[in-house]
Write a protein that binds this ligand. Structure first.
Ligand SMILES: O=c1ccn([C@H]2C[C@H](O)[C@@H](CO)O2)c(=O)[nH]1
Ligand SMILES: [Zn+2]
Length: 132
């Protein structure tokens, strides 16, 4: 599965977004190191804090199925420009590896790739909990 194919899975997942409040659908597609794909969409809630982003939906699906070795997560919205993961998602993705690739696609079909550490430098992580 290459970057373009993973982005196409994210575009398809975006169709499932439940976004009655923001009307801002987002799709994500996660690739495990073993080659499995888990997709996700954002799911909103009238109590807004209950909203779950597309990236975390895909990630939680993978983790809850026992897949913790993550290669990449592709993200798309309906915006012309790239949609970057929010801060909460960056922190949760980083939990499972600093080298996880974040693949972003825009409406022109262009692609940008970062590692999650590029997007969340100087972060707090489990390593800090071992220091006192
Ligand atoms: O990377 C992002 C950015 C935003 N959202 C969702 C959260 C909310 O449902 C809507 C507007 O913030 O978009 C995501 O799913 N992923
Ligand atoms: Zn998020």
């Amino acid at each position: 599965m290459n970057e373009k194919e993973l982005l196409q899975k994210a575009i398809e997942a975006k169709e499932k977004a439940y976004v009655p409040y923001s009307k801002f659908p987002v799709g994500a597609a996660l690739l495990t190191k073993s080659g499995k794909v888990f997709t996700g969409c954002n799911i909103e809630c009238a109590s807004f804090g209950g909203t779950n982003c597309a990236e975390r939906t895909a990630l939680f699906k993978a983790i809850s199925e026992g897949e913790k070795e993550i290669e990449a997560i592709a993200v798309v919205s309906d915006n012309e420009d790239y949609t970057f993961p929010c801060g909460i998602c960056r922190q949760v993705i980083l939990e499972f590896g600093r080298e996880i690739k974040i693949i972003l696609g825009n409406k022109k079909g262009q692609i940008q790739v970062f590692t999650i550490e590029d997007l969340l430098p100087k972060s707090f992580s489990g390593v800090d909990l071992e220091k006192k």
